[in-house]
Design a protein around this ligand. Structure first.
Ligand code: DMJ
Length: 458
């Protein structure tokens, strides 16, 4: 059995390299694109149906036990808020109306919840801002402003970098050991709220925070993965582009696009040059990114994974298609090597470190940016393969579930809200007409909520 499995994996890899590396990529027809869009819309409806049936008003659905899940004491309607703008972009009007009705009738932040600033900002605050921008109902903006105001005490530190947790009623803050991703990724949401409301305090607080991280970079222009927000000292000097750092880089570039503030562009350019110099590891299977020490640049691990896959898309978005292409080759290798991509993988020893797959979007997200940058069919084929794998192996009777182990397809009892916000959205947008997401007019936050570049003030 094991031998058959190894043989099949080998064949799949061989087919993959023939399909994607010869420069002779088969045409992806308009009919095929339309078919993919239909499938993805049906998947979004299936997942939402499961949430409605078994987890209505909760944060998320536990798809295997058919029960509901809460992040904190009181529901923040994580799934509904994260999914709303995806339903709008996919043209799922009924589902969008159901989510809107639920949010506007039930969501309140005057609750006894201590929340993680980063997660609640990228999912809930962002979802409410885009809901306001796309739908126009001012109640979304009232909710967004209330939430942001309740989180503002987190920024009250000598460095300007926020605490990780804040209580929504008491303003009590907790956990001064934060990381660049959780600090820097607040810029787009708080900044956009300032643009809409005309109140600069959100923009200023988030800008001070992200540039404070930048000011702590090493001489190599790299940052570590954990920092004390009280004294600005690095607690971990490990550097990479994975979790804890990833969206800090992403948000610097995107904040420049969104606000036109040169500080962000300068910071992104410096960091990006350093990433390319110190972290890119060119292998026969594509370009991976290593872990290293931020002060010496010395390699500390050859670990890569599902989260790292975003960087190909970011490079393509920032105009460096050549680098993006090679990294996407590595992303694709990681995907087909094990049926589906694992959370963490040692690309040098070719072994899995963490075998789970929790419906993450980054690899398909990179296909989206690369297709938009090149118009090359190969990124449609890649996105199709990934989407089909997810639909085949993660679909349950009630909704969708992550995998405990990508080698065995054993399921895990979780359907993350980013499956709606990001995975299904990027999958759909790769195949949909370009007008479905006009990238001259919007910038996606790290959770794929589309912020308008020109915002009409309220
Ligand atoms: C999302 O919440 C965001 O994309 C974040 O930046 C990283 N992790 C998840 C998706 O994998």
């Amino acid at each position: 059995m094991k031998l058959v499995f190894v043989f099949l994996s080998f064949c799949l890899l061989a087919v993959q390299s023939l399909t994607f590396s010869q420069g002779k990529v088969a045409k992806f027809t308009d009919e095929m694109k339309a078919d993919m869009c239909v499938k993805i819309k049906a998947a979004a409806q299936h997942g939402w149906q499961g949430y409605k049936q078994y987890a209505w008003e909760a944060d998320d659905l536990k798809p295997l036990t058919k029960t509901s899940g809460l992040w904190y004491k009181h529901s923040m309607l994580m799934t509904a808020v994260d999914a709303f703008d995806t339903f709008l972009m996919l043209g799922l009007t009924k589902e969008a109306n159901e989510a809107k009705e639920l949010i506007l009738s039930k969501l309140s932040f005057d609750v006894d919840n201590e929340v993680q600033v980063f997660e609640v900002t990228i999912r809930i605050l962002a979802g409410l801002i885009t809901a306001y921008e796309m739908d126009g109902n001012s109640k979304f903006l009232v909710l967004a402003t209330d939430l942001a105001d309740r989180m503002m005490p987190a920024f009250n530190t000598s460095t300007g970098m926020p605490y990780r947790y804040v209580h929504l009623q008491t303003e009590k803050v907790r956990d001064s050991l934060n990381n660049p991703a959780e600090i820097g990724s607040l810029m787009m949401e708080f900044g956009q709220l300032s643009k809409i409301t005309g109140n600069k305090k959100y923009y200023n607080a988030a800008k001070k925070a992200i540039l404070s991280v930048y000011s702590k970079r090493s001489k190599l222009d790299l940052v570590g993965e954990q920092i004390n927000v009280m004294n600005g000292k690095w607690v971990s000097t490990q550097t990479h582009i994975s979790g804890c750092i990833d969206s800090y880089y992403e948000c610097l570039y995107k904040s420049w696009l969104l606000f036109g503030d040169q500080h962000f562009k300068t910071a992104f350019n410096k960091h990006n040059a350093a990433i390319k110099k110190w972290l890119i590891d060119k292998t026969d299977n594509g370009w991976f990114l290593r872990h290293a020490d931020m002060y010496t640049g010395k390699e500390t691990a050859t670990t890569y994974g599902a989260l790292d896959a975003f960087y190909a898309g970011l490079c393509a978005y920032a105009g460096d298609v050549e680098t993006a292409k090679h990294i996407q080759e590595a992303n694709m290798h990681m995907w087909v090597r094990f049926n589906l991509e694992p959370e963490k993988y040692n690309y040098r020893t070719d072994s899995i470190i963490n075998a789970y797959y929790i419906l993450r979007p980054e690899n398909i997200e990179s296909c989206f940016y690369l297709f938009r940058a090149t118009d090359h069919y190969e990124y449609l084929w890649m996105a199709k393969l990934m989407t089909d794998d997810i639909l085949a192996h993660c679909k349950t009777e009630t909704a969708f579930a992550g995998l405990k182990d990508v080698r065995t397809f054993e399921l895990v009892n979780s359907m993350e809200s980013f499956f709606f916000a990001e995975t299904l959205k990027y999958a759909y947008l790769v195949f949909a007409p370009a007008t479905a997401a006009d990238m001259q007019k919007i910038v996606f936050n790290t959770e794929a909520h589309p912020f308008k570049i020109e915002t009409v003030k309220k």
